[in-house]
Design a protein. Structure first.
Length: 130
């Protein structure tokens, strides 16, 4: 049994010190995995490999259900966590790009002012039609 598998088993059993032992053993492999994931992203990606590794690691060790029976399962879970982080990051950027930071207002709450009486009359006619 490798050191990583032994530590993963200890983490599953609730040993909180084991999480501190795990990161130095898997850090370089996680960085390589993160770099591979980021290389497939569009240019202009603002997320760094280090940040991706740290976010994925935090999600993994803080997860409620951990069933890592081996090193391979751990890295599969890490890859999935990184994929989800990249998706969330892309959705957040897309949301901001298309006005996600703006607050929606109901049309009833908006006061429309215009010096053109024709516009006002059309607006009143539209309101009556609804």
């Amino acid at each position: 049994m490798s050191d990583v598998t032994r530590i993963l088993n200890a983490i599953e059993k609730g040993d909180s010190k084991a999480t501190d032992e795990l990161l130095p053993l898997v850090y370089e492999d996680l960085r390589v995995l993160a770099a591979q994931k980021l290389s497939r992203e569009k240019p202009g990606q603002t997320l760094q490999a280090t940040a991706l590794v740290h976010e994925a690691y935090i999600r993994l060790v803080e997860a409620e259900s951990r069933s890592w029976s081996s090193r391979n399962y751990f890295f599969m879970a890490a890859a999935e966590a990184m994929r989800r982080i990249l998706i969330e990051h892309a959705r957040q950027k897309q949301s901001l790009k298309y006005g996600g930071d703006r607050q929606r207002l109901a049309l009833d709450d908006v006061i429309i002012t215009c010096g053109n009486s024709t516009f006002s009359n059309n607006l009143l006619a539209l309101d009556e039609a609804l």
